[in-house]
Design a protein around this ligand. Structure first.
Ligand SMILES: [Zn+2]
Length: 45
């Protein structure tokens, strides 16, 4: 899956995931997750 914040290819088993409007998003780092959580509409497609 793709990290929606930095566009890096990440494995879902990284465990850093967020759910938004019923979709799962996976992140390369906590920093990217926090950026997403702060402004999900900007990154969720
Ligand atoms: Zn990232």
């Amino acid at each position: 899956m793709k990290d929606p914040v930095c566009k890096m290819e990440v494995d879902e088993s990284s465990g850093i995931v967020s759910e938004y409007k019923g979709k799962r998003y996976v992140f390369c780092s906590k920093a990217c997750k926090e950026t997403f959580d702060r402004n999900p509409d900007k990154y969720a497609k």
